[in-house]
Every structure is written in structure tokens, then in C-alpha cells.
Design a protein around this ligand. Structure first.
Ligand code: GLU
Length: 468
């Protein structure tokens, strides 16, 4: 497949916050463009005046940036195809309505929502797929004028050609065929003058030079309509690929409970963007290797042929796995920011690197970091029940030796434990466990050598003495 000069886009409707489903769509389009050194464009499809909100636009720009899904053309960046919000493109669309009107490919439709609902119901009751019955297609010019004079606001309908077969090769699902006779004439402009999705979406893809569109499978049935529209406007069509939807663990639609979570919620829970990206890039797309990847590697390994046709199943365990991986891989400065004020208040800034190096393997969310900040730097140490029994088993003699060894060697870990082993005759777990319990209040956790290096001498002495 020739993938030179690739241009992809993400075209969200700002009617809510980004959720995992639409982030995956954005990600796949961004990866496809990056992989082929192409461009990724962002367009805001805010033609639904009732449901679109500026606050959702602001949120989605912020969320995309947080995820590192930067666009090369679109809102806040600008580019040769401004404006990038459909609500500001009415004048552009007007030219294309006129073109379709003069070619008689469209007609005004005066049917009311109640009439349309009734017709749909009747067709369904007789076992036919609901389609626009063509009532207004047959109106004479005089009948149209009479309705307009009565003050009726028409929609504009596209006249679907009769007896055509619309064929295209889907980038994911292969060859597709649709009979035009199964598609009723459809609305391209609403009665309030705003463009309908099929129209604005197809026209903008053509005008903005989009070469490839990856989008949810729920849009598959829209594609033949859009191809017909573009053909009658003599505009180029992109290659379309329809992604299998993400389903919940039970195979049903992704509900809120089963992971239909918003990006904002996941971010607030402490997920790192790299975790989401590593997870989502594998949801319906297979990489050769299942190792953690940075943004460049995710793009380099992204291949259209590896997109799956089966529904992708949301799996929280997998997401948690990539979160753990992300925490191990991101730069220390990023982790420090991510840990937040509660950690900054407890851990001296000049020890931040050592602190991160020590606790990284034991941390998955900021709350875990806060736990260790508290255990390592808190004044009063809360010891777990396990720690208390390990300390009791070791006995106070052990800690008298430990304190003496610390006096002799300071935080020099190896000499300290060698000395302690010699003097107590205790080795292995029986040696490390009580030390760990005394110093951290836990029987598991960061490497002891790192803990010793991190804790202030007076804290170490106080904690050892408390066990004598
Ligand atoms: N605004 C549409 C949506 O959010 C875009 C569909 C498409 O990608 O073509 O579903």
C-alpha cells in the first residue's frame, strides 16, 4: 500500500468528555500519520448546537495534549484550512449546497419529525428497513413555494441515485458493497440551517486533504452515503477504515462501570498518559512485541494490516499492567510532578531523585508514593501488624547490635549488614526483615540499601532504638 503524503485526522463532536473509545480513534490516526511522517489534523465537529459545548472543546484539547497526541493542523495551531470548527464553516458549506442544488442532487424536505416517525414505524411494522419514503422528492416547484410561504423550514435532502452499487475497500474490513436502493434520501442540512454530519464531515475531509480516516465501526453504514456525496460534488474521497468497537469485559457495550471511563477520570485516578497509550494502542491492534514502548516506538510499530476485525475487549488488568510499566519507564521529573503536593510536602526536594529511585518498583499510583513518603519521612512511624511481629521475633538484642553497627558504618549498607550478621549469627531473611520492619514499618518495599541512604541519621537511630 502506498502511504506517501499521509494525512489523518481526529474529528470529535464536543458533546462530552473524551472516553477511551474516542481516544483510541485519535491515537490510531495519530500513529498512522507519525509512522509515515505524515500529518495529523484536529477538527471540531460542533454542528449539533444543542449538545456541543465550548467547555468540552477546551477539555478535549487539554486531554489530547496531556496524552501527547499533538496535531499539526487544527485549533490553537491554525493551518491552511481554517477554520477548524465546523460551526464556523457555514459559508464554505453554503457553496457546496448550491452546487448540489444546481445539479438537482438535493431537494427541500418539509416532512415533520412526527410524520417521519410514523413512516418509520409503519415500515418497521411491515418488516421493511426504515427509509425515507421520498414524500418531498416528488413535490412540484409550486408545492414547495406554497410550503415555504406557510413559513415551514425545510431540511435539505440528498437524492440517492437509484440502482447503484457502492463499493469500496475498507482499510480494516476489506471489500464492502452497499446497494443505493437500501439507502433512503438523507438530510444534509437541518431545518435550522446547520449541516448534517454526513455532509460536513465528508466535505471537510476532502477540503482538508485527508487521505486516511480511521473511525469507529458505527460509522460504516455512513460511508456509502458520504462516498455518494463526494462523488456528486466531484471531491476526492479519503480511504476509510472502520475500527471494531471496544466492548466491556462481558462482551456488551462499554458501560461506565466496565471501563467506559473518561480520560479525565483516569487522569484523576493517577493513570499516566503513557499507560493509556500503551494500552489503547494494543486494543484492536497487535504489536510484534508486548513490551512497553515510548511514543516513537508505538508509531514505528503501527501497521494497518495489524488492525483486528473482532471487537476489542476492555480489560482493566491490562490497563493496570501498562500503568505499572509506565511508572517504571517515565522520567523522574515526570514522576515527581505526578506524585503531587502531599509527597512534595513530605520529601525534601533535594532527595527527590533518590526517593523516586527507591520507591519506583513499589508504586503504581500517587497514593502509593504518598504511602512511602509517609513511611520514610513521617515523624511517627505506623508499623504494620506483620512488622510488629517480625520485630518482636528478632528481639531487642538484635536491634542493640543493629544500632551499634549503624554507629560504626553509617548508611554503608554492605559493611553494616556484614557486621550485623557476624555479631548476631543471623542471616538471610531473618536479618533483613527485622531491619526493614524497624526502618520502614513494612515487611516489603523499597531496597533496604536505598532506604538506608535516604533516611536521615537521627530517624534511623530513633527507629532502631524504638525496637531495642
Ligand atoms: N464527529 C464524528 C464522531 O465523533 C466523527 C466521525 C468520523 O471520524 O468520521 O463520531
Amino acid at each position: 500500500m502506498n502511504l506517501a503524503n499521509i494525512k489523518t485526522r481526529f474529528a470529535p463532536s464536543p458533546t462530552g468528555y473524551l472516553h477511551l473509545g474516542n481516544v483510541r480513534t485519535a491515537l490510531f490516526n495519530a500513529l498512522l500519520a507519525r509512522r509515515h511522517e505524515g500529518q495529523f489534523l484536529l477538527r471540531i465537529e460542533d454542528t449539533d448546537r444543542e449538545r456541543s459545548r465550548p467547555a468540552y472543546v477546551a477539555a478535549l484539547l487539554e486531554d489530547l495534549r496531556w496524552l501527547g497526541l499533538d496535531w499539526q493542523e487544527g485549533p490553537e495551531i491554525s493551518g491552511p484550512h481554517e477554520p477548524y470548527a465546523q460551526s464556523e464553516r457555514a459559508a464554505i458549506y453554503a457553496c457546496y449546497y448550491r452546487q448540489l442544488e444546481s445539479a438537482e442532487r438535493v431537494y427541500p424536505c418539509f416532512c415533520t419529525p412526527a410524520e417521519l416517525a410514523l413512516s418509520r414505524k409503519t415500515q418497521l411494522a411491515t418488516g421493511r428497513p426504515p427509509r425515507y419514503p421520498g414524500t418531498c422528492a416528488r413535490l412540484s416547484e409550486a408545492e414547495r413555494q406554497a410550503r415555504i410561504e406557510r413559513g415551514l423550514q425545510p431540511t435539505l435532502r440528498f437524492r440517492v441515485p437509484v440502482g447503484r452499487m457502492i463499493e469500496f475497500v475498507d482499510l480494516v474490513r476489506g471489500p464492502q458493497r452497499f446497494a443505493s436502493d437500501d439507502i433512503g434520501d438523507f438530510v444534509i442540512r437541518r431545518a435550522d440551517g446547520t449541516p448534517q454530519f454526513f455532509f460536513a464531515n465528508a466535505v471537510d475531509d476532502a477540503l482538508m486533504g485527508i487521505s486516511h480516516v480511521l473511525r469507529g465501526e458505527d460509522h460504516l453504514a455512513n460511508t456509502p452515503r458520504q462516498l455518494l456525496l463526494l462523488e456528486s460534488l466531484e471531491l476526492p474521497a479519503p480511504r476509510y477504515g472502520h475500527l471494531a468497537l471496544i466492548v466491556g469485559a462481558d462482551g456488551g457495550p462499554l458501560s461506565k462501570r466496565l471501563g467506559g471511563l473518561g480520560v479525565r477520570e483516569l487522569r484523576a485516578q493517577g493513570y499516566l498518559p503513557e499507560a493509556l497509550l500503551n494500552y489503547l494502542a494494543r486494543l484492536g491492534h497487535a504489536y510484534e512485541r508486548d513490551i512497553w514502548m515510548g511514543a516513537a516506538e508505538l508509531a514505528a510499530g503501527f501497521v494497518l494490516e495489524r488492525l483486528g476485525r473482532a471487537p476489542a475487549r476492555y480489560d482493566e488488568i491490562q490497563l493496570l499492567h501498562w500503568q505499572t510499566e509506565a511508572v517504571q519507564h517515565v522520567a523522574p521529573e515526570r514522576l515527581w510532578d505526578w506524585m503531587g503536593t502531599a509527597v512534595w510536602e513530605r520529601v525534601p526536594a533535594d532527595l527527590s531523585e533518590e526517593f523516586i529511585a527507591a520507591i519506583r518498583p513499589n508504586v503504581r499510583f500517587p497514593a502509593d508514593a504518598l504511602f512511602w513518603a509517609e513511611q520514610l519521612f513521617g515523624v511517627d512511624l505506623a508499623r504494620s501488624a506483620d512488622s510488629q511481629s517480625v520485630i518482636a521475633m528478632a528481639g531487642s538484642g538484635f536491634f542493640i547490635h543493629a544500632l551499634a553497627a549503624y554507629d560504626r558504618h553509617g548508611a554503608a549498607y554492605q559493611p553494616l549488614v556484614d557486621d550485623l550478621r557476624q555479631r548476631t549469627g543471623v542471616k538471610g531473611k531473618a536479618l533483613f526483615m527485622p531491619l526493614r520492619a524497624a526502618l520502614t514499618g513494612e515487611t516489603h518495599g523499597p531496597e533496604l540499601a536505598r532506604v538506608l541512604a535516604l533516611l536521615r541519621p537521627e530517624i534511623i537511630e530513633r527507629r532502631l532504638r524504638a525496637c531495642c
